[in-house]
Design a binder for this molecule. Structure first.
Ligand code: MSP
Length: 473
């Protein structure tokens, strides 16, 4: 049995969970379920990023003690992740005392690559990121993502000497030792690496107190990304535990907006610790609403819970895993969502199950489902292992649509009318076995639906579902 470690980005808890967060969770969950079905032992980490200015400022605005604020929001995230049916094994909060203690030890281990100097430059609180002069000029001093002017900082900070590892990181990315997906982002990261200066990794407590204290210097707290990136290994018990069974991660899922932290600073920290680099970083696109970035100021934020409530969780997972290309930006509109539900889930899949089960039950057809579960097709396996999940899902759907066509062509109801029992039996068994094969491939994406379908055709007697799997709206 091989071990696979899958990770998700840990969201800032400065608000409610939104659709973008769901993308990381759903992709990582598909990956985890797929590997488990292949017989691997899988760890799937999720968690919450709870330090930094952004959160401290929001709590202050609301006049709530920060700890209380993050406790409440972290609980919202936890129930959101559960609602999405994410099969996680580990949940980490960056305000966990254990995490904080481990991060301090990590800092000490890295001390040979840390130095103190004055930082004079720009910062974006929305991005929680230091901005280079060049980038500031290119953007006219205003963050394009947050539409706020960059802040000018002049303060004494600790720096991490990324320069010590640039060559190693460049080679690792170039030779796909860290496979960055999609490929065009790999090139982008290699360009960015060349321009990356040493990274400031602390803030003076006169500016920010909501962070992990720097060991041995009470006047500084750690920069939020320093603390956040470490979650991927502190959750495994690093440094006191031997994590070599799980680390390096098989796949780390992140949005394209935070790929730079995972492709540059994170490898630099790992190399400083003498740890291996993650095998793959999968960067997904952004979910847009009507072609625009979802944002509170534009007023086009689509609430994930509202979307889930409309047709249920499986429809939500269906839309965002199939109609949102794994690597590209994609649009959410209610029209597209309604179409996908009615034409695909209700018509293609729901009807197929209903028709087949009804015919089987009327004609008393039973099949031995125990032997009907085939292994994955090679094409599906390849797509899943290349993390092209939306393409793999398309492949499953082609099979489902193909089965609908076959029923129309083979017309088993005529065989029944004509008393062609042997032919009817062969035809129905063929269709049901192929449906169960497709169902097996559907399972990582729509686990609850796949279980229902399996149950309909398993057992002594095939019984059509009492209510359709996806009632038409
Ligand atoms: N706290 C950091 C991550 C630290 S990981 C060590 C952070 N948090 S976030 O809340 O801003 O974003 C969390 C994840 O949600 C990121 O992967 C981000 O790309 C993703 N998304 C946020 N908005 C998104 C969309 N509109 N669409 C798709 N995903 C996006 O960054």
């Amino acid at each position: 049995m091989t071990k696979k470690y899958i990770t998700t980005a840990i969201p800032y808890v400065n608000g409610k969970p939104h659709i973008g967060h769901a993308i990381d969770y759903c992709l990582a969950d598909v990956c985890a379920r797929y590997y488990r079905a292949c017989g691997d032992s899988v760890k799937l980490q999720v968690g919450t990023d709870e330090h930094g200015n952004k959160i401290a400022q929001k709590a202050k605005e609301l006049n709530v003690p920060v700890q209380e604020y993050v406790d409440e929001n972290a609980a919202n995230f936890r129930s959101f992740i559960k609602k999405l049916n994410v099969s996680y094994t580990d949940f980490v909060r960056t305000t966990d005392k254990k995490h904080e203690q481990r991060v301090k030890e990590i800092w000490q281990k890295l001390s040979g690559h840390i130095y103190k100097a004055e930082y004079e430059g720009w910062y974006c609180v929305g991005c929680e990121r230091y901005i280079t002069e060049k980038e500031c000029q290119e953007n006219g001093g205003i963050c394009p993502d947050h539409q706020k002017p960059y802040e000018k900082l002049k303060e004494e900070n600790y720096y991490y000497r990324v320069a010590d590892f640039k060559e190693q990181i460049r080679d690792a990315i170039e030779e796909d030792e860290i496979l960055i997906l999609p490929d065009f982002r790999k090139k982008e990261m290699m360009r960015l690496l060349e321009e990356t200066p040493d990274v400031s990794i602390s803030r003076p407590t006169s500016q920010l107190t909501w962070g992990v204290p720097v060991p041995g210097d009470e006047s500084q707290v750690m920069y939020v990304w320093m603390d956040a990136l470490a979650n991927y290994i502190t959750v495994l018990g690093y440094p006191e535990k031997d994590i070599s069974g799980w680390w390096p991660a098989t796949a780390q899922f992140v949005g394209k907006d935070i790929l730079r932290f995972h492709a540059i600073l994170w490898p630099a920290l790992l190399l400083g610790l003498g740890l291996p680099l993650p095998k793959t970083i999968v960067s997904h696109g952004m979910v847009l609403a009507d072609g625009q970035k979802m944002s509170k100021s534009i007023g086009n934020v689509v609430e994930p819970l509202e979307v889930i409530d409309k047709y249920g969780l499986e429809a939500f997972r269906y839309y965002f895993l199939r109609h949102v290309d794994t690597f590209a930006d994609a649009d959410f509109t209610w029209d597209k969502y309604d179409d996908a539900y009615n034409n695909e889930l209700a018509n293609d899949l729901g009807n197929l199950v209903q028709r087949l089960a009804t015919l089987a039950s009327k004609n008393d057809i039973r099949i031995n489902t125990g032997t009907s579960i085939a292994i994955y097709s090679e094409e599906y396996d390849d797509l899943m292992r290349e993390y092209k999940f939306s393409k793999a899902f398309d492949l499953v759907w082609v099979k489902i649509q193909g089965l609908n066509k076959r029923i129309d062509e083979e017309k088993p109801w005529n065989l029944a009318k004509e008393g062609e029992i042997a032919k009817l039996y062969t035809c129905m068994c063929g269709l049901i076995k192929d449906l169960l094969q497709a169902n097996h491939e559907l399972a990582p994406f729509l686990p609850e639906t796949a279980e229902k379908i399996q149950n309909v055709f398993a057992g002594d007697k095939i019984q059509p579902p009492k209510t359709p799997l996806f009632p038409k709206h």
